[in-house]
Design a protein around this ligand. Structure first.
Ligand SMILES: [Zn+2]
Length: 193
């Protein structure tokens, strides 16, 4: 699987992941304001009849695209999926603190304020919980069981959500996005890492 390329606006704000073909089109149409120095992948094309050389195009890992705008995306809350939730919480059960990276099938989405009591299915009301803790908690509040929360749920920033979205993220893309994760969230990520 080829890597995904990080598309940003000319100011460097992340917009979305694009595939290599889309990135190549931006480069060929000269719509790139600037790019990272790191090459994500090199595309090879046909052999020139004139020079006998094979054409090649280096696709950088990050592309700032002219005219691209991220304003409408800044306000968007990242989509809540179990995969993204478990990644946000680094596969740690919020209640027993055990780590389930190697047994993700045992993880569930727990609603801190249960849905049956009017809790919402939103980032700030959900945590990663192993099946066993989820069963213990059932339809109760944390205060009503013998459980204790080990971290507080939060809505990931756009940059963090993009880190969560891309399983094949390259090291320099990760570094770039981490610099844009608010310090508060970064400390939390490190706390559960
Ligand atoms: Zn647990």
């Amino acid at each position: 699987m080829p890597p995904m390329i990080l598309k940003t606006d000319p100011g460097g704000r992340p917009i979305r992941w694009i595939d290599v073909r889309t990135a190549a089109a931006y480069l060929l149409r000269a719509e790139v304001a600037w790019s990272s120095t790191a090459t994500a992948i090199t595309l090879r094309g046909g052999i020139s009849a004139w020079t006998g050389r094979q054409s090649r195009l280096d696709i950088p890992s990050i592309l700032a695209v002219l005219g691209a705008r991220s304003a409408h995306i800044d306000s968007t809350v990242p989509r809540l999926t179990n995969d993204a939730l478990f990644l946000r919480d680094r596969y740690l059960c919020c209640y027993c603190g055990n780590h389930f990276a190697d047994s993700r099938a045992l993880l569930t989405r727990d609603h801190v304020m249960p849905l049956s009591r009017g809790g919402s299915d939103a980032w700030e009301n959900v945590v990663t919980s192993c099946r066993s803790c989820n069963q213990k908690k059932d339809d109760r509040l944390v205060e009503e069981c013998v459980l204790e929360m080990r971290y507080i749920p939060y809505t990931p920033s756009r940059a963090e959500a993009m880190i969560l979205e891309n399983r094949r993220i390259l090291a320099d893309q990760m570094d770039y996005l981490m610099q844009q994760v608010p310090r508060r969230d970064r400390a939390r990520r490190e706390a559960v890492a």
